[in-house]
Write a protein that binds this ligand. Sequence first.
Ligand code: NAD
Length: 357
Amino acid sequence: MNYRIAVLPGDGIGPEICDGAIKVLKKIGQKFGHEFEFEFLPIGGAAIDKYGTPLPDFTVEKCLASDSVLLGAVGGYKWDNMPVDKRPEKGLLGIRKAMGLYSNIRPAKLWPSLAQASPLKHELVKDGIEIIIVRELTGGIYFGERGRGEENGAAYAWDTEKYSVPEIERITRIACELASKRSKKLISVDKANVLETSRLWRKTVHEYAAKHFPEVEVTDMLVDNTAMQIVKNPTQFDVVVTSNMFGDILSDEAAQVTGSIGMLASSSLGDGTRGLYEPIHGSAPDIAGQDIANPIATILAAAMMLRDSFSLTAEYNEIVSAIERVLDKGWRTADIYSENCTKVSGSRMAQLICDEI
Ligand code: NAD
């Protein structure tokens, strides 16, 4: 098969880590008989410098014409003082919106061979963990009405959380599809003891899952308890679905539990199969251009693209197990280095993964 992938390298370490992911995709293509065509497009600071905007129209058009999109990272010191609507991050928000992406999936995976990087006690994480948080991305309190006023001489501010049944149903579908390919267990996180939106959330998730995914067992967990359970008993989680704000907070907590930001990928999906795949970390301007950035998060993002946009599950598994073997052999980039391991550059890490495939 032939797949057209739009690549948005962006800023800082973005181009280096995308290079590593592309090398791995090419190797997988050779092994499994696929042709991947890559089209490189500007976004973020790189696009501001060349085109005066963080998201040129042609970048959007070509992403929409592609089969899927791989993104490095955007941002850097150089653009920190630009006006808000001209900043590199605007490019990222803009492309998500243009592609109609309403879900964000972030697997927080702790590889058994990196268990020492976790801030949690060894016995809690020694067998590895994988918490996949499916976050609603375009609704809820971050997009609700807000304002400021004054009452009895005191200033006040307000934000509103609003969710409709269709918004909840479509994110439930994405979470259930994922859960049905994995443990068939889904934890829905809300604050239904207090919030009306959470009560609608809970009811809708259960009704939709029971009707369309009867094989998936749905349980509920309050968000405060979830925050506690992630550090107390992280192995109980597999797929978690939640609202925009709760997902924002919990996915950072879960990422922290794994202890290695250079190892975590994410995907954003909408109605079709086209998605936006990226590492969760930023452009790391402090280490850009030194070939020390860990490319594994971006390689995993590319692997998720194969599985979730192109239904190439064997190819996904091959990449993940190649990474596992490289780690088990003790190869490490600087960010995940520990005693008795061998430190390698970012490009060498990508090559080692290719060699394992
Ligand atoms: P960051 O994730 O870029 O870096 C945080 C720390 O982690 C740094 O010490 C960095 O060197 C390290 N790090 C990150 N990725 C790494 C990798 N692959 N290998 C090794 N070490 C790695 O976050 P930050 O420093 O807060 O932000 C830097 C810039 O990135 C800012 O301009 C910010 O706005 C932007 N940013 C972009 C995205 C995105 O594009 N999705 C996300 C977050 C931050």
